[in-house]
Every structure is written in C-alpha cells, then in structure tokens.
Write a protein of this length. Structure first.
Length: 288
C-alpha cells in the first residue's frame, strides 16, 4: 500500500510534543518512573497487537519514543496499512527503561486510536465490495487529531475528503437556508456565487431531492452530495449527473446499508463513523 509520509505535514511532530506535554505536565517528569527506575537501566520492549487489526500509527508511536529520548532505538516490524494478526509485534524499542516507560502511554494512545480508525475503514471497504467507489471520511474528527485520523483512513483503504473548511467548497443545507433568506434564490445561484468567489476550488453542493438536484446541475458543480437518499433514488440521481458532475452518497450510512449504496453507480460514499465512532484497538507494550 502506497501511503503518504505523515511527517510531511509540519504540524505532526508539534502535535506529538503537545501530547507529551499533556502527560508530563509543567515539571516534564514521569514521577513514577523517576522514583523507581534508575536512569542507567536499559530494556527492550515490544509493542504487540492483542487483537487482529489494520495497523496505523506505528511511525507516530516511534516518534513519541524518540521525542522522549532520541537515543532510543525503534525498529518497525510491521508497516502502517498492514493487516496484523493477534500477537504480532509491530514495533521494538531498545534503550533507557525509564524513557520507554515515560513514552509508553502516549505512544499507545496514538497507535490504538489510529489503528481503530484504519480497522473500521477496512471493514467498510470490504463490506461495500466495489473498488470503483471511493469511501470518504468527513470532518467529524477528534479536535486537533484530524491529521492522524485522516491518515488512518488511508491506511484502511479509504480516501480523504476535503481536509477542512479552506480547501474545497461544500454548500450544505444551512448555507442554502442563509443564502435563500438573503437573496431569495436557490441552490443553482448559490453554486454560481461560490464558483465566482473561489474559481480554483472544487465546488460541491448538498441536495436531498431530485428537484433540488436538477436546479443545482444547472450551475454545473464539480460534485453533488446526495443526502439521505435510498438506493432507488440514488440511481436516478446518478443518471441525471452523468457527464456533468461526480456523485457522493452520504447520511447515516452504516455497515448494513453500504453494500447496496455502493452498487447504485455513485462515485463516492462518505461515512462519519470512520472517525467519530471507531473504537481503539487493543495494543500493549511488553518488556522482554
């Protein structure tokens, strides 16, 4: 699996540093390890999957250990994006026992959360069973952890939607309500206004009826978000959009419904549950 280097984003290392500050507090000391473990003691620790999963965040975990102590040796045994069996060692850390203990929980918090997102994403991709349909994430992410969670979606075989409010226009129902109140016109004019203001960005608009879709198509958006539509209506919408724009199905989609939706002809399906409802995977650090 070809994955981007998460550390290409300049803020990643800073966010990891903030997580360590949260744990170590204003005195920057793990008082338990400082009390009980001599600074000269060395150890080898294995980060082990306690359950089968799709791995995400092993490089992030290694960075946590190295930020605590750059002299720690971290050997990645299994790369991100891999299907991991229960009992597998994914990362080996050697060096100061005190430093390993200090970094342990923060490293686990990242890799457990990230692997949870990747594993859920992989389950949705498998259940959809249509490689021609993109599985998209949303902005329903944990505050300040979006970079990590969206990377984890990629590890699970999903595709990133827009990153935030700045990199694409997505006109939703409340935007349209505000627009109509002020201008007295509908979705087509709203799309045209967004295109005029940001001609270099992708323009997507949410619609929830076929009539609204027809009006939106008059202004040729790049994408339409087909909200809370059953498969039969989605199929009609796909036909209407052919040759004009791409289609995204969204709205309460779950593992029970995604297969049928993935076979309606839509280009993409967005699922908030990939990030807002993913459980953490059970990974643990064992001293050898």
């Amino acid at each position: 699996m070809d994955l981007p280097d998460i550390f290409e984003k300049n803020e990643v290392k800073g966010l990891i540093k903030l997580a360590l500050v949260e744990d170590l507090g204003p005195i920057n000391v793990d008082v338990t390890s400082d009390s009980l473990v001599p600074p000269e003691e060395v150890a080898e620790a294995h980060l082990v999957a306690r359950e089968a999963c799709v791995l995400a965040g092993v490089t992030v975990a290694a960075e946590v250990f190295n930020q605590v102590n750059p002299e720690l040796e971290c050997e990645i045994r299994i790369p991100d994006g891999s299907a991991v069996e229960k009992g597998s060692t994914v990362l080996v850390i050697k060096g100061s026992a005190q430093s390993i203990l200090t970094a342990e929980r923060t490293a686990l918090n990242f890799i457990q959360r990230m692997s949870g997102v990747a594993t859920v994403t992989a389950e949705y991709v498998k259940t959809a069973a249509n490689p021609d349909v993109m599985l998209l994430d949303t902005r329903k992410t944990t505050p300040a952890l979006r970079l990590f969670e969206k990377y984890s979606v990629l590890c699970g075989g999903g595709t990133n939607h827009r990153y935030g409010l700045f990199d694409a226009v997505l006109i939703k129902d409340n935007h349209l309500a505000s627009w109509a109140k002020k201008h007295g016109t509908g979705v087509g004019e709203a799309v045209a206004a967004a295109r005029a203001k940001y001609p270099d960005l992708k323009i997507e608009v949410e619609v929830d009826t076929i009539e609204q879709l027809k009006e939106a198509l008059s202004s040729q958006p790049d994408w339409v978000l087909l909200d809370n539509m059953p498969p039969s209506v989605l199929r009609e919408c796909v036909v209407l959009c052919e040759g004009i724009c791409k289609t995204e199905a969204s709205g309460g989609i779950n593992l029970n419904t995604i297969h049928d939706i993935a076979h309606t002809g839509v280009d993409a399906i967005s699922v908030g549950a990939l990030t807002h409802s993913a459980p953490s995977i059970d990974l643990a650090l064992d001293f050898i």
